[in-house]
Write a protein that binds this ligand. Structure first.
Ligand SMILES: Nc1ncnc2c1ncn2[C@@H]1O[C@H](COP(=O)(O)OP(=O)(O)OP(=O)(O)O)[C@@H](O)[C@H]1O
Ligand SMILES: Cc1cn([C@H]2C[C@H](O)[C@@H](COP(=O)(O)O)O2)c(=O)[nH]c1=O
Length: 931
């Protein structure tokens, strides 16, 4: 907002300046004369600028490895020294503005920046915040000078600006020295606000990041060309500041808006179109010869860059792209070019070096954008029209992708099952965090309190079938990542259906050593599989059952690694490297920060007894706030909650295990996917409003008796070292109970086992072919189209809704034979999973008819995804694709189809009341038994 206001102000001043010039024609003449007098040479200036840039870059890059070995106090001392040295050099430039002094200052500046980034990496993440403020300062300084002394005076403004910078550097140097030791050092269990998404996203490589490099290249070029263009067109130094401000502004808005921008468009396509747009507008930048036009176009170009790069998960250095763009642009500017091309009798085009530079960069981006349109998306240009038509609409699917799924899906799931009155605890944490040890201690604690029965179980391997799966998935060197994900989900499905669900129905307390979050941590954050798919898979496997309480044992990954190494029994996952462990650990923390009412983060670096004491306190608080109805070994003491009951605390539905809130966007916190954690409720009961940790903490403070009675306090933020997350407000919100909210989900990704379209139903919106496949993810390459007579090919394909009993048993899903055998023959070649997208690939008879289907290893070949570049790309774009040519009429009808599908879904949920009886009982004791 500050940037906006200041830039608006600057434009206002520019406007006034223009008026003044119009009112005083002599002034314009004088300015032109003063330029004519100078011996300014653009090629030389561009060369000098290039050296400045290279020296800054050298300073930023070269010493990293040296500095990173320094201890914190030494690093801080060096930072203070660097700032002081830069300040001294800047003062020297002020008095002796010679070019070699400017270069020395540039080198110092680079080194100081490198030191700063090492000490405070978060400062580097959104450069427009810091550089933007500097640009606005420059704008104000140079305008002030130009208004008083004319265009030429703007140059003196730059010198004074340098002096202001020097003073600020002296001050910051002193502050850096005085900062208390340890300030800003990371603490376990905490992550800097805003960095969670980045932390969890981790280094997610994309197969072909060249489009992102090109986008950053355009950004570098337009920034670098601002000064030469200004000199070329004699806009004055303030003109430079205007263009730079516009560039930062556009970039910032684009980057922030990126995840939600054009929600109806697939992300690879958005990136491609952004590149294409940036190319066209950069070309235009070369043609336009007027300041405000240049500034506005620059802002739109950088906006496109922001949107385009943010639409991708990426793991590459933006500095490389920006650096290449800067160097290319400045080298082109050094060409000594100045030609006038007559366009007509009255119009001519002045081709200068900057014009050429803009044009070349724009052309490269334009060509790159066109190539990206064909190759970046797995679909090529197929469906481009659909994406364009739907780009700015927020159909249900697009809305899910953008912002809302958790709440709506919760509401949807809440109507499906009522689980028994038991209490469900999951213990999560990295390998060696002490889960097994703590579960034993918790069991003892509950036993001492007279709470029982308590079922101790684990994943994988809580059941007989699960033990066989454990052997497969953890034995030897493991299986392919996707198989791994499916096997964990398979174990979980059976675990819930045969052990956890029935135990909860009986009113028992279930403590599981790992649950859904482990899949999100290991397979999504760790293995870097799509979070959407992993969440969807678990959601489907568990039919949305989530624990009342999840205890996250937060441990320094190095300590945990030492513990597992000392213990001696390591599986292949235990032996993953530290980066992997860190990603897993951070994923748990992100998940916990989403739903503080359902999570507690415990510092597990401490002695077992201290950890156990915290856990006992948290569990006691949660249990007592629920009425602790099982404390007399009295199964079903709590009974089933009647619709309309109010949950005594926000841990879930009243007396029931909550269903549904499997976070589906863990890779995107702080972005479009920043969906708030939620708890679900039995219909009619109060539901917790989606909200962030801080909001919920705030709510808790004002909440009713249950919250205030709890000995556990809600955290003020998610940065507490040991975050003991307390009970949320009793009547915190009611939004989730609004049936209309359920309607915001069209056949959610969570439900491959239900809601399949009826073949006889012409108004069915095709559900996803794989869990999570509705396209909610940032990396979703598809637009979901309505389809008729299409069959699902998801794991556990279901018969169409129309063929099911009128009152379908919601537990029926897992019983359906999975895989190809269950797929019915498609009457139309509609569902063709993309190459390598999952188990369904190759199962559709239409696969052979689609060119894309045969390209990937999964299309019937069963090849290794990791080995194949195509498959590697598919790994990033793992959602199903609907290769159907869509008629215009159908597109027009889509909104109506979705509405009808929603209505039917809502009706069918309302009708559902069946409940499956347990089929398989088992139990797990970490020591081999159960009690
Ligand atoms: N608080 C603690 N301090 C030191 N050592 C501990 C602590 N808790 C557990 N340990 C030891 O660390 C090792 C791993 O503990 P434990 O098996 O409980 O962890 P885990 O999280 O269940 O591991 P995994 O996930 O690999 O099964 C064991 O040797 C255990 O004795
Ligand atoms: C449930 C689940 C587990 N894992 C991994 C995590 C561990 O490395 C092993 C289980 O070993 P433990 O000694 O029983 O903790 O499996 C996973 O990657 N994904 C999951 O969903």
């Amino acid at each position: 907002m500050v940037m906006f206001a200041l830039t608006a102000l600057a434009f206002g001043i520019a406007g006034l300046h223009g008026v003044w010039r119009v009112l005083d024609p002599g002034a314009a003449h004088r300015i032109a004369e003063s330029f004519a007098d100078t011996s300014f040479s653009l090629p030389q200036a561009a060369g000098a600028l290039l050296v400045v840039f290279v020296l800054v870059a050298a300073g930023v890059f070269v010493p990293h490895s040296v500095f990173s070995r320094l201890s914190t106090p030494a690093g801080r001392g060096l930072l203070a020294g660097g700032a002081a040295a830069t300040a001294v050099a800047s003062v020297c430039v002020f008095f002796f503005p010679v070019v070699w002094l400017i270069w020395i200052t540039a080198l110092f500046l680079g080194i100081t920046t490198a030191l700063l980034v090492l000490q405070a990496p978060h400062l580097h993440r959104k450069p427009w915040r810091t550089a933007g403020v500097a640009a606005v300062l420059l704008l104000l300084t140079t305008y002030a000078f130009q208004i008083v002394g004319g265009t030429q005076a703007g140059i003196s403004g730059v010198r004074w600006y340098l002096l202001i910078g020097a003073v600020l550097l002296f001050v910051s140097s002193a502050l850096a020295m005085r900062a208390p030791a340890g300030a800003g050092d990371p603490v376990t269990g905490a992550f800097p606000a805003g960095s969670a998404g980045q932390a969890l996203r981790g280094p997610t490589p994309i197969a072909r990041p060249w489009a992102c490099y090109l986008l950053f290249g355009v950004l570098g070029a337009v920034l670098a060309l601002a000064q030469p263009a200004v000199a070329d067109h004699r806009f004055g130094q303030a003109g430079f500041a205007v263009i730079v401000c516009a560039a930062f502004l556009g970039w910032a808005v684009g980057y922030e808006a990126g995840p939600t921008f054009a929600p109806g468009m697939s992300r690879p396509r958005l990136t491609s179109l952004a590149l294409l747009t940036a190319g066209v507008l950069t070309l235009a930048l070369g043609i336009i010869e007027e300041l405000s036009g240049k500034a506005v176009l620059t802002a739109i170009v950088t906006f496109a860059v922001g949107v385009g790069v943010r639409a991708q998960r990426y793991d590459f250095s933006r500095s490389i792209g920006v650096g290449a763009g800067v160097v290319a642009a400045l080298l082109l500017t050094m060409l000594d070019l100045d030609t006038v091309v007559a366009l007509s009798e009255n119009a001519s085009w002045n081709i200068s070096a900057t014009t050429v530079a803009y044009s070349v960069v724009g052309l490269v981006a334009l060509v790159g954008g066109i190539i990206a349109l064909f190759t970046f998306s797995p679909h090529g240009i197929q469906g481009l029209g659909v994406d364009l038509v739907h780009a700015f609409r927020t159909p249900a699917v697009a809305a899910e992708r953008a912002e809302v799924p958790a709440a709506s899906e919760l509401a949807a799931h809440a109507t499906e099952h009522v689980t028994g009155p038991g209490f469900f605890i999951a213990v999560e944490g990295g390998d060696g965090s002490g889960k097994t040890t703590q579960i034993q201690l918790l069991d003892e604690h509950l036993r001492a309190r007279g709470i029982g029965p308590v079922v101790l179980t684990r994943e994988p391997g809580g059941t007989d079938a699960g033990r066989a799966i454990r052997e497969v998935v953890l034995g030897g060197s493991g299986v392919a990542p996707r198989s791994e994900a499916l096997l964990f989900a398979a174990d979980r499905a059976h675990h819930v259906a045969s052990l956890i669900g029935p135990a909860l129905e009986r009113g028992e307390t279930v403590i599981t050593d790992r649950y859904i979050d482990s899949s999100l941590g290991y397979q999504s954050a760790g293995r870097e599989l799509s979070t959407e798919d992993i969440a969807g898979l678990s959601r489907w496997a568990t039919e949305g059952l989530v624990p009342h309480l999840t205890l996250v044992l937060d441990i320094d990954p190095e300590t945990a690694a030492q513990r597992t190494a000392a213990r001696g029994e390591e599986n292949h996952l235990d032996r993953e490297d530290l980066a992997f462990r860190r990603r897993v650990q951070e994923a748990f923390l992100v998940l916990a920060s989403r739903e503080p009412s359902r999570y507690a983060v415990i510092d597990a670096n401490r002695e077992p007894a201290a950890v156990a004491a915290d856990i006992a306190a948290v569990v006691d608080a949660h249990m007592s706030s629920r009425g602790d109805h099982r404390s007399q070994n009295h199964p079903h003491a709590g009974g089933l909650a009647a619709p309309g009951d109010t949950a005594p605390c926000g841990t879930g539905a009243s007396g029931t295990a909550p269903r549904g809130t499997v976070p589906s966007d863990t890779a995107l916190p702080g972005t479009a996917g920043q969906r708030h954690g939620s708890a679900t409720q039995h219909p009619g009961s109060t539901a917790q409003q989606p909200g962030n940790a801080a909001e919920q903490a705030g709510n808790a403070a004002q909440s009713g008796p249950s919250a205030s009675a709890s000995p556990v306090s809600a955290p003020a933020s998610d940065e507490a070292e040991t975050t003991v997350l307390g009970a949320p407000p009793a009547g915190s919100a009611t939004a989730g109970s609004d049936p209309s909210e359920a309607e915001t989900t069209v056949l959610p990704a969570s439900a491959p086992g239900r809601g399949a379209p009826g073949e006889d139903d012409p108004t069915t919106v095709l559900p996803p072919a794989v869990p999570g496949g509705t396209g909610f993810g940032e990396d979703d390459p598809t637009t979901v189209l309505p389809a008729r007579h299409a069959n699902r090919s998801a794991p556990g394909s279901q018969p169409p809704l129309g063929s099911r009993a009128p009152e379908p048993n919601p537990h029926a899903a897992p019983r359906q034979p999975a895989g190809p055998a269950a797929s019915e023959t498609a009457r139309m070649p509609v569902v063709v999973p993309a190459a390598g997208t999952g188990p369904a690939a190759g199962t559709d008879p239409a696969a052979g008819t689609d060119p894309a289907a045969g390209t990937g290893p999964a299309a019937g070949t069963g090849g290794d995804a990791a080995a194949d570049p195509e498959a590697e790309n598919a790994r990033e774009m793992p959602l199903p694709h609907f290769h159907q040519r869509v008629s215009r009429d159908r597109l027009v009808a889509q909104a109506e189809l979705e509405r009808q599908a929603r209505e039917r879904l809502r009706q069918s949920r309302l009708r559902r009341s069946g409940r499956e009886q347990p089929r398989d009982r088992g139990g797990y004791d970490p020591n081999g038994g159960s009690r």
